[in-house]
Design a binder for this molecule. Structure first.
Ligand code: GLV
Ligand code: MN
Ligand code: MN
Length: 424
């Protein structure tokens, strides 16, 4: 690289994260500010309008597709060439920080602002994108918008998904004014790039500036309905209870044992993030529990075995506790490997900027994994403070860490954006 290399404005990028993070902000414990911008909520609508306005200010041509994915296009010298796409998401879990997803989208806008400021044209167009319901925290299926855009999930299936209050994707999209007219089937870009916080402790503990993301681990989600019998807590003998809460607890403990028993290696992750008892009263045996199970592993075959054992577990617990356990698989993705050339370019860009880096497999799901089935794709990770905690208001990456990641994103985007058609 030469002395004329462009660099992003880290201060401007960080301020843009703060401003978007104020949309849907709430006061969390310990004096922290959290973010709650669940997909297709009023707060998500406000966040979307803010980012669209920023896209237009940057001169991007904005289109919205039928599942509400948003694309802002900067022209290239040859408009017939497939664009470089930079993206992520701006929806959040209900207890988020300000970085998850937003770094990728605002990082894309910062790349565009840097190119605009320098009057730098590219051969190919550059598109900054954000996808609908990446989190799956509201409608139960993660990477929803990118999975529809790449054809894995049919539009009508996505439209029909409901949140726990019975609100439907199709109507909620319309309610915030983001049912676009563009086809939901995205033409494959030349490459898809996503900069994201690591959301884990690895890079920070190793003292690395950049993660070269090799891929994403396999993910499986179940939604459980456990049905027992509500009864009086004081009068109902233990021997005749059908306690749905106890059944959920037994599943949770058994999942933890699966992660530590060694039969699934050392990397099985298992979480029951939802355990909602009904009627949820101190003196009533829970007659029903709605629960979720999230299991993940970097190896597909291990996740297949683990899921099979989890399903057997439901049957055993149902029989032992005299309850019925119904489950529905709400999400399932295989391990994804990112494009080798993207990984090489991320590593080379980091090295050229004097940034330390290492290869890392993502524990979290990302839109890039859907895009990887559609075009060459890859990711740049930046470290997080406080053990890389995420899905928590304490989630934090420093201005320098964010700027490093987006500088690498800029370099890699430019390398692909100036690439003629025969280069791949
Ligand atoms: C998305 O953040 C996920 O990995 O659950
Ligand atoms: Mn994310
Ligand atoms: Mn997330």
């Amino acid at each position: 690289m030469t002395a004329t290399r462009l660099s992003v404005d880290g201060e401007r990028l960080y301020e843009s994260l703060r401003v978007l993070g104020d949309i849907g902000a709430y006061d969390a414990d310990d004096g922290l500010r959290g973010v709650c911008r669940l997909a297709l909520s009023a707060e998500d609508g406000e966040g979307r309008r803010h980012v669209v306005a920023r896209m237009r200010e940057a001169g991007l041509d904005v289109t919205v597709d039928r599942i509400g994915n948003v694309f802002g296009r900067r022209p290239g010298k040859d408009p017939s060439l497939a664009p470089v796409m930079i993206g992520s998401h701006i929806d959040s879990v209900a207890t988020a920080g300000r970085f998850d997803g937003c770094l990728g989208v605002l990082g894309g806008l910062e790349v565009v602002a840097t190119l605009n400021g320098a009057g730098r044209e590219t051969l190919r167009p550059i598109v900054v994108a954000f996808f609908t319901e990446e989190e799956g925290a509201r409608f139960g299926t993660d990477m929803l918008g990118s999975a529809v855009a790449t054809g894995r999930i049919p539009l009508e299936h996505a439209y029909a998904l409901q949140d726990r209050g019975g609100k439907v994707v199709r109507e909620e999209l319309a309610a915030i004014g983001f049912t676009g007219e563009a086809s939901e089937r995205l033409a494959p870009p030349h490459v898809y790039l996503e900069c994201h916080i690591e959301q884990g402790p690895v890079l920070r503990a190793a003292g690395r500036d950049i993660g070269v993301v090799a891929g994403v681990q396999a993910i499986c989600w179940h939604e459980l309905t456990i049905t027992g019998k509500s009864a009086h807590a004081g009068t109902t003998p233990m021997s005749i209870r059908a306690d749905a809460g106890l059944a959920a607890a037994r599943i949770n403990v058994a999942l933890r044992e699966m992660t530590s028993c060694g039969r699934f290696g050392a990397n099985l992750r298992a979480t029951m993030g939802v355990i909602a008892p009904y009627p949820g009263l101190v003196n009533v045996v829970p007659g029903r529990v709605i629960a979720s199970v999230d299991i993940r592993n970097p190896e597909d075959d291990i996740l297949v075995r683990a899921e099979a054992e989890v399903v057997e577990l439901y049957a055993e617990v149902a029989a032992a506790e005299h309850v019925a356990i119904d489950y529905r698989r709400t999400a399932r993705t295989n391990r994804v490997r990112f494009d080798a050339k993207v990984q090489e370019r991320v590593a080379a860009a980091a090295t050229a900027r004097g940034l330390s880096h290492e290869s890392i497999v993502s524990g979290a799901g990302h839109d890039a994994q859907e895009m990887a089935a559609h075009c060459p794709a890859g990711m740049v990770f930046v470290p997080g403070e406080y053990d890389g905690i995420s899905h928590n208001p304490r989630e934090w990456s420093t201005r320098e860490q964010c700027a490093n990641g987006v500088n690498v994103l800029l370099d890699v985007a430019l390398a692909f954006a100036d690439e003629p058609p025969e280069a791949r």
